[in-house]
Write a protein that binds this ligand. Structure first.
Ligand code: TRP
Length: 472
């Protein structure tokens, strides 16, 4: 059977933006910003998106469009070595791990949406009375598992419908809806009392916070940048493997990064004014994944027309979460379809069944949930992207440059060589360093020794990869 492709270039861009825009922007970004010093974090994060995120994204695109395969087949065929196929197989594990916790959070949100929607006609959603207690009750256990299954079911339906009729069509509807609703919410938030304090917290740049905390901010900002652009899991390899026209990859990558970042920033313009208008200071509400839910739910309950606003807000979040979860499920599905020649239907049923179980484990056990959502995913994404980029720089080399420049304008073509240098050398070094900090190495041996170890480890990788495993 012929491999599926996107119907239009816009369809590809929107699907990739849909993958990028998700809980990472709406739930994780404000929470990370609040925890890491407000605008100082924003600045570092933007810089990393530009310097690491966009080149990294293009690295995945180059692998995908060149091979027209999902990560396993892509790395195996482009290298001519089975070993690289095993490296690609990690993306299947990463995709399943991601979806296992993401679907639980998606379930929480779906529940808040249904709860808020049902109260628009009258009454108040149950979480208005005591947001903290309510969240505590529904975030783990049978309730959480049930809504996780519901959310996963929706995800499976879209992926089952296929690349064009499911993912492309779905994101074409969801992305504009998200943007319109978010901008409307931001406009409304601006009219709330004390909104200015929220803007100040989010946007007023204080260089001293940055210089004092730079190294502390670096790790979380890098993690957030990878997560929000869906890098390191092979999602972007898979999506770009469905491209059948050679348009400009640098242009598409930049457009995706700009749209994704805009959604993150606009979300900040909704969330922070709302919190501050209710006298909630996000740095004081305690940290952790539930903090924002509790804080925002508290704000909604105080606001005029709070139920309606809450419905619109959780509607946005649900759509954003869905357009991302489909990109996670598509990784194992594309792998099974490509490698084992089974039908999309069988692949979707099989993987969904599997994640139904792993997600239920996360839903019942907050410790496992925390481990998967935090440490495990951080490590898998960072290591995954490092491996992909080493592959682009040292195994594909010239071939990567060729693919990068195909379809690019003269400006894009001029960026080719600096891009290859950055993905081959600078980014792997940075990612190896980040990986070591995820393992807490910097805490044990100190900052500069960790830098030293990163340089040595990267140099070893470069030397090892210098001779391609086979001549292609
Ligand atoms: N980018 C999405 C978000 O911000 C999450 C996501 C989807 C993702 N697919 C991914 C993250 C692949 C890493 C890898 O919510």
């Amino acid at each position: 059977m012929a491999r599926e492709t996107w119907a239009t270039r816009l369809g590809f861009i929107l699907a990739a933006v849909g993958s990028a825009v998700g809980l990472g922007n709406i739930w994780r970004f404000p929470w990370q910003t609040a925890e890491n010093g407000g605008s100082a974090f924003l600045v570092v994060y933007l810089a990393i998106v530009l310097l690491v995120g966009v080149p990294g994204l293009l690295g995945e695109f180059v692998i995908g469009r060149r091979s027209k395969k999902s990560p396993v087949g892509a790395l195996r065929e482009l290298s001519g070595s089975k070993k690289w196929g095993y490296v690609g197989a990690f993306s299947v594990i990463t995709g399943i791990s991601l979806l296992s916790f993401y679907s639980v959070v998606g379930g929480w949100i779906l529940r808040y949406l249904l709860e808020s929607g049902a109260s628009v006609v009258g009454g108040n959603p149950a979480y208005f009375t005591n947001p903290g207690q309510y969240f505590g009750g529904v975030s783990a256990g049978a309730d959480a598992a049930l809504y996780h299954l519901l959310f996963l079911g929706l995800t499976a339906l879209i992926v089952f419908a296929g690349v064009r009729k499911g993912i492309e069509l779905g994101t074409k509807v969801m992305m504009p809806a998200i943007l319109v609703l978010l901008v409307a919410l931001a406009g409304w938030a601006a009219t709330q009392p004390n909104a200015a304090a929220g803007y100040a917290f989010f946007l007023r740049f204080d260089p001293s916070v940055l210089s004092e905390n730079f190294f502390a901010i670096l790790g979380p900002a890098a993690g957030q940048a990878l997560f929000t652009l869906s890098l390191g899991a092979g999602t972007m390899i898979t999506y770009s493997s469905y491209l059948d026209e050679d348009r400009s990859l640098p242009f598409d990558g930049a457009a995706i990064a700009v749209l994704n970042t805009s959604v993150g920033v606009i979300t900040g313009l909704v969330v922070f004014p709302l919190l501050f208008s209710q006298g909630i200071n996000p740095t004081e509400t305690g940290t952790g994944p539930g903090a924002l839910f509790v804080g925002l739910a508290g704000a909604f309950s105080q606001l005029p027309a709070g139920t309606l606003i809450a419905t619109a807000f959780f509607g946005v979040v649900t759509l954003a979460a869905l357009s991302s979860s489909i990109s996670m499920l598509e990784i194992p599905v594309a792998f099974l379809v490509d490698e084992y020649d089974i039908s999309r239907k069988q692949a979707v049923v099989g993987t969904t069944g599997f994640v139904a179980v792993t997600g239920t484990v996360c839903a019942f056990n907050p410790a496992i949930f925390g481990f998967v959502a935090g440490t495990l995913v951080n490590i898998l994404l960072t290591a995954g992207l490092a491996a992909f980029l080493l592959f682009v720089g040292w195994v594909m080399g010239r071939e990567a440059l060729d693919e990068f420049t195909t379809g690019a304008g003269s400006f894009g073509r001029a960026l080719g060589t600096p891009w290859l240098l950055s993905v081959g050398v600078v980014l792997p070094l940075f990612l190896v360093f980040t990986l070591l900090t995820h393992f807490g190495v910097d805490g044990t041996i100190g900052f500069w020794p960790t830098v030293g170890v990163s340089v040595l480890a990267s140099a070893a990788a470069f030397l090892g990869l210098r001779r391609p495993t086979s001549v292609v």
